[in-house]
Design a protein around this ligand. Structure first.
Ligand code: FES
Ligand SMILES: [Fe+2]
Length: 392
């Protein structure tokens, strides 16, 4: 397998880029996917739309502009763009003149308190499944939004969560816990591992107990990478899971060495109404502590990769070796987009609708916004699949 840290997240999926509550009506915020700046705006009617965060005129960020109704107006000369990316007004061009094409529009949806964009081929957006997260709309659960920017390649994050053998890292918060792998399964686009846990020393924190409850019966944790998302559930087979976590890892920079992690941590409410609010600060304290420990170690892994220039990991755990194959198979090489700036859209041609200049400028035509071609290169080859892990 080629170096997994050089494999990029495949853009033909729905990725969250922002928590909805952060974007008020009439506001615009800049986000990014793999180095592509994306302006996400909320119209006056509450709907959201996403545009390439570069004005077609002089490439300045549209996120520095102004939302007008359901359009976005650049803050420099006031060119105005509709939610579909068309340039609908150039204030100093009379109405009968043709206008420049516009900017790229990204399919955009809001659900579960998150704003999602589809950064890949827009023609695929309608057919690619949108994430289904039933616990996030189930009143039996209280949801905690996770939002963390981590300076590492997204693959370290998939590996970190799926490899429960790293509980030693969390000894200060969780005592000594011994995980046992119950089994695993995988397919072309997923990897799943199931564990149970035994305490072998120390004691768990209050936050841990509040999330998973007192130990009664066989517990089971299921961690699944369903490309490109990851989930973790924890339960005892006695009804709904005590914990249902959904995560998406969104590459921020072109080299994909910085990842924005968006999570929905759904915790089952205890039987006594309202008591979860009392416990919530302990749950927050505990989970933040765990995530901070994970963040530190994952960023150390990325620094080692940066210093060594390649992946020299000696991974011995079959689950993680198989997970790496799934990630490599479903991603696409970072060099596909990182080695060169993206192609310029047709709107950057300096030929549109200004015949006064020199008297011979060609006349542009009003046409749909350009779609950047999604360049395809060969996905890295991976060795034949290793056998699934059986009960241990
Ligand atoms: S740079 Fe945006 S309108 Fe001129
Ligand atoms: Fe961890």
């Amino acid at each position: 397998m080629s170096d997994l840290r050089r494999v990029g997240s495949h853009p033909d999926f729905w990725y969250p880029v922002l928590h909805g509550y952060k974007l008020k009506p009439g506001k615009v915020i800049t986000t990014a996917f793999a180095g592509e700046p994306i302006a996400v705006a909320r119209a006056a009617d509450g709907s959201v739309f996403a545009l390439e965060d570069r004005c077609a005129h002089r490439q300045v960020p549209l996120s520095d502009g102004v939302v007008c109704g359901s359009s976005l107006k650049c803050g420099y000369h006031g060119w105005e763009y509709a939610a579909d990316g068309r340039c609908t007004s150039v204030p100093y061009l009379s109405g009968d003149r043709s206008r420049p094409h516009g900017v790229r529009a990204y399919p955009c949806r809001e659900a579960y308190g998150l704003i999602f964009v589809f950064p890949g081929d827009p023609a695929k957006a309608a057919s690619v499944p949108f994430p289904q997260i039933p616990a996030s709309t189930d009143p039996l659960y209280k949801t905690r939004f996770l939002d963390r920017r981590i300076a590492c390649h997204y693959s370290f994050m998939h590996e970190n969560l799926m490899d429960m053998n790293h509980q030693f890292l969390h000894r200060s918060l969780m005592g000594s816990i011994r995980p046992t792998l119950l089994g695993s399964s995988r397919g072309a686009d997923f990897m799943e591992a199931r564990y149970t846990f035994a305490r072998v020393g120390g004691s768990g924190s209050l936050g841990e107990t509040l999330i998973i409850g007192e130990k009664k019966g066989q517990d089971e944790m299921v961690i699944r990478t369903q490309y490109p998302y990851q989930t973790l559930t924890f339960g005892r087979g006695d009804g709904k899971n005590a914990l249902d976590l959904w995560l998406a890892y969104v590459p921020v920079d072109r080299e994909q060495r910085v990842t924005a992690s968006f999570g929905l941590m759904n915790i089952k409410r205890p039987g006594i109404p309202g008591i979860i609010h009392l416990f919530w600060p302990f749950i927050v304290w505990f989970t933040e502590g765990i995530f901070e420990q994970d963040q530190r170690v994952m960023e150390s892994e990325q620094r080692a990769w940066d210093a060594q220039g390649e992946d020299r990991n000696n991974e011995v755990f079959p689950v993680i070796r198989q997970l790496r194959e799934v990630l490599a198979r479903n991603g696409r090489p970072i060099s596909d987009s990182a080695s060169a700036p993206p192609p310029a859209p047709a709107s950057q041609e300096p030929t549109h609708g200004l015949p006064e200049v020199g008297g011979n400028a060609s006349r542009g035509t009003l046409s749909p916004p350009p779609r950047r071609a999604v360049r395809r290169t060969r996905v890295p080859q991976v060795p034949p699949a290793a056998p699934d892990i059986g009960p241990s």
